[in-house]
Write a protein of this length. Structure first.
Length: 337
């Protein structure tokens, strides 16, 4: 009896020692594992909407952890996770704290882009704001070459204020090709007034151009509705598309986007409704399947990996994976599904 107890205690102690060694031994890598889904009806609140439509829209998050030896083995030897070197996940010279701060910022930006894309998709355009028209460079042989420089900020043309790039593009449609314009330019803290010639646009008939590559300096948007997105500690930009869809689902319930069922999705979004690829698609397939969702919207760039994972798990007949490249494609897919 005593001998048996000693063996039992020895085994228990051995297991505890091994478990402790696995848990407290760092590897310098990171492991990505299946995470959670969140019902966006509880995360996205739109002004004037008192009750969300029937059904659910789910955002998907994966679990990313510094890999101790136990996590490393789980990620390496199970079909439900993957291991990445710190340099591959974080980037060279980036700390974990800096990486998390960056992802929190990307999440905040995705909130704004999702609102803008959603409202534009239903005909409630957001107003773009900026601090001028930023010059990225000029085309060789064009009037702007030698006149404008990279990082110049154009704030007015012929005395008319220009705060965003589209205002400048629209104004050039009123300029007769071949005439000159006077640009008010902010350069290295100084304000300059530069006369620049124009030529006929090579892309838009009847418009003038100066041959500068431009964007908006410090771009932003003002949306016509109050929309609150509360994601807590979840970070990163990959829920952007689903934020947009949730906003539209609440503002246009007659579109029946979920048909009373559960729809999951992932993908970044920009202000123009373009859907971008994300990371952790294998783990998200597992997470979505576990949620019970029958439809999973994924970026076109991740579709191949998502289907490969679904086939490996034998769930292709239990969950429909739909590739999308734009918000409008996602809307069309849901409305006819």
């Amino acid at each position: 009896m005593a001998r048996g107890l000693k063996w039992f205690l020895g085994i228990v102690i051995g297991v505890v020692v091994v478990a402790a060694a696995l848990w407290f031994t760092p590897t310098g890598d990171y492991v990505i594992l299946p995470g959670i889904t969140e019902n966006l009806n509880q995360i996205v609140q739109v002004q004037g909407v008192r009750k969300a439509p029937a059904g659910q829209m789910l955002m998907v998050a994966v679990d990313i952890q510094p890999a101790n030896l136990l996590y490393y083995l789980v990620g390496r030897f199970t079909p439900y996770g993957e291991v990445l070197p710190a340099s591959e996940l974080l980037g060279t010279g980036v700390s974990e704290t800096q990486y998390e701060q960056m992802n929190q910022q990307l999440m905040s930006e995705s909130h704004l882009m999702a609102k803008v894309a959603a409202l534009r998709a239903i005909g409630l355009p957001a107003r773009e704001t900026g601090k001028g028209v930023l010059v990225y460079g000029t085309e060789q042989g064009m009037p702007a070459a030698g006149k404008l420089k990279p990082q110049d900020v154009i704030t007015a043309v012929n005395g008319r204020s220009m705060m965003v790039d589209q205002e400048l593009l629209n104004f050039m449609g009123t300029v007769k090709p071949g005439t000159s314009v006077t640009m008010t330019v902010r350069r290295n803290g100084k304000v300059l007034h530069i006369v620049v010639g124009t030529v006929a646009s090579t892309t838009t008939k009847g418009h003038a151009m100066v041959g500068a590559l431009i964007g908006t300096d410090d771009p932003g948007f003002v949306v016509p509705l109050k929309i609150h997105i509360q994601t807590g500690s979840i970070s990163g930009p990959s829920a952007g598309m689903m934020f947009s869809l949730s906003i539209i689902n609440q503002l246009r319930p007659q579109w029946h986007l979920t048909h009373g069922s559960t729809v999951a999705g992932t993908g970044t979004i920009d202000a123009y409704g373009d859907v971008g690829a994300i990371g952790g698609i294998k783990e998200k397939v597992v997470t979505v399947y576990d949620s019970g969702a029958k439809i999973f919207l994924v970026p076109r760039g991740d579709y191949g990996d998502a289907v490969t994972e679904a086939r490996a798990l034998g769930i292709t007949k239990k969950m429909r994976i739909i590739p999308v490249g734009t918000l409008n494609q996602a809307l069309a897919a849901l409305r006819k599904s």
